[in-house]
Structures are given as C-alpha cells and as structure tokens.
Design a protein around this ligand. Structure first.
Ligand SMILES: [Zn+2]
Length: 328
C-alpha cells in the first residue's frame, strides 16, 4: 500500500478551488463548515476537519485519514495511531483525531511531533549524527500523555491469532519481558531506573484490540489489549491510544500477523522481526511515549523503524528512559 502524505492538503486545495468556483458556497464561514454527507458512514479527513459532530448529529461517524478509517471518539477524547515500520517500508504512520468538548473535530496527520523536544544529537534527513552514544544521547521527547492519577494500567494479552512459529508460551513470555522493561525502565546501560509504572498483564485474554488492518482505530471498549492481527503496508506493530486531555484512557496494540517472519528468540533470529523488540516499542506507546527520531538515534527503542533481528531495542536507551522519566 502506498501512502500519500500530502493527500489531505491536496484535497483541501481542491476543495478550496471548488468553493471559489461555486457561488452558493460563498456564504459559508471558514470556521463554520457545513455538515458534509458521509459516504457509507465515512468522511475524508479534509471534509471532517472543523465540523461539529454534535451539531451535525453524527453519532457513528468514521473518518478516513489517508486510508486509515477510524471511529470518531466521543467529545472530549482524542484518539492517536502510531505505527512502526518494518523493512521495505519507508516511513512510519501516525495521526490523531481529536474531538473537543464542544464536538469540534481536528485531524492531525503524519508521524506525530512531541510537544516538547530537546534533542541533543539528532541527525537531519538521511544523515545520522556524526557520533552517537545509545547510553548517553537521544532526545527528550515528551508529549505529556500518561496514565494518571495512578501510573498503572491493565493490559489484556490475547492468546489467539499467533503467527506460525510463535508459541503461546513464547508470546506470553515476550509480553511479560516487554512489560518489565517499560514498567521498570530497564536499559541496556548502567542506569538505575528508580520507578515502577505498575502495568498489570492479563494473560489468556479474549479481548480484541481496536486496531484494524488499515491502521484505523475502532471504538474504545474500555479494555487495553495487545494481540495479533493483519496490518497492511509493511507495518509491524500499531498502537491506538485514547486520552482525555493528557490522561490516557485506553491503549490497544496490534502486532502484524500477515505473512511476516517473527523471531521469538535472539539466538535463532534470521531475516525476521524480533517480536520482543516490537512489543516493547508498542508498550512504550501504550504508556504515552512517542517516536524518537530515526536518524541520529535509530537504535533507541522508540525509534520508528525496525530492522530484522534488531535486538538491542529490546531494552531502553538513554533517550527512551529520559522520556519515560519525564512522563512518570
Ligand atoms: Zn511506534
């Protein structure tokens, strides 16, 4: 699947030209868009931007953000998708759909920039920083979303849909290790972590993550979950988080099981994606971490692109830990 980063802005430009050419539309206020007509319940992001779901009477509206169709959250809630790219995929995918308390929709497209960034060794474009120390460098990237007032949450671990070559025992063990790494802030360095997030796991769950093959976020069901299912376009893992202001409400993680080679152990990894690496990365999203830049510190756990057998990212680096500490 090829994604078009500029599809929305292009659509806005096209819509603007149409409005300019249509005399009847001239009376519409720019900040008071009319209620567009969904097609099969779906509005394109460009048409949904700025609408009021309450005034328009939209109850089960879905929005298509560059091919990912999500259920619009209730007023006061923002849903965010963050997806990690595997080999052969040029960029990660991300977007947010926010509905404010009054019902106004705002769509943000593209890999999401944290609200605070103090990166010390970021490269630019395809150029990595000249020198780099995983245990000493990396940005402090904080978006401020977190589990609060208590740090912890319960993650339901689904026990079906596992890809071939990954046993249930191995899957449960890997999620347990990923939980431990994020929960305790375990790094590949010599830092003492000093905090516990108190993430609880429920193994053997039948809960289904509200993440679709198109990286659309479904309807929030009140249960955070992780499980396997197909994801299009070379994406290895995708996480939807829902939040009210900065308070996380739910995190759902899908791991790709569409004809992908996963490795459940570092010893036997060959031309395969390391399952624990991706699970740890997605759990980072589930507690509110956003992506670290790929260039300059591409081996941090929260860098967005994964390479085959890249096991160093199973444990956090300095930039990951600092981001986690800023949140908790
Ligand atoms: Zn990610």
């Amino acid at each position: 699947m090829r994604r078009h980063a500029h599809a929305v802005s292009g659509a806005i430009a096209a819509a603007t030209m149409l409005l300019a050419a249509a005399p009847l539309a001239a009376t519409a206020e720019p900040d008071d868009p009319a209620c567009p007509t969904p097609v099969a319940g779906v509005l394109e992001a460009a048409d949904a931007e700025g609408i009021n779901v309450l005034d328009c009477g939209f109850e089960d509206l879905r929005i298509d953000v560059d091919g990912s169709v999500s259920v619009v959250p209730e007023p006061g809630v923002t849903v965010t998708m963050e997806a990690a790219a595997g080999p052969g995929t040029d960029q990660p995918v991300g977007y947010s759909i926010a509905v404010d308390a009054d019902g106004i929709v705002a769509v943000t497209e593209g890999d999401l920039a944290p609200t605070v960034e103090t990166s010390s060794q970021e490269g630019s474009g395809d150029t990595p920083a000249a020198s780099y120390d995983r245990c000493g460098q990396g940005g402090t990237w904080v978006n401020g979303w977190k589990w609060q007032p208590t740090r912890g949450f319960t993650l339901n671990v689904r026990d079906w849909g596992l890809p071939s070559g990954v046993s249930l025992t191995a899957w449960n063990d890997i999620v347990d290790k990923a939980q431990w790494t994020i929960d305790r802030g375990i790094t590949s360095c010599s830092f003492s972590n000093g905090f516990v997030l108190d993430i609880a796991l429920v193994l053997g769950s039948d809960r289904t993550e509200q993440v679709g093959p198109d990286m659309g976020c479904g309807e929030r069901d009140g249960y955070s979950s992780i499980g396997f299912g197909p994801i299009d376009g070379g994406i290895v893992g995708a996480t939807c988080t829902w939040r009210s202001s900065t308070r996380l409400l739910e995190a759902d993680i899908r791991m790709d099981n569409s004809n992908r080679r996963w490795s459940a152990s570092s010893a036997s990894c060959s031309q395969a994606m390391d399952l624990r690496t991706v699970a740890t990365h997605e759990l980072g999203h589930a507690v509110g971490l956003s992506h670290q830049g790929e260039y300059g510190h591409g081996d941090l756990t929260m860098s967005p692109t994964m390479r085959n057998c890249e096991v160093i990212q199973r444990q956090l680096g300095y930039g990951d830990l600092v981001s986690l500490r800023h949140h908790y």
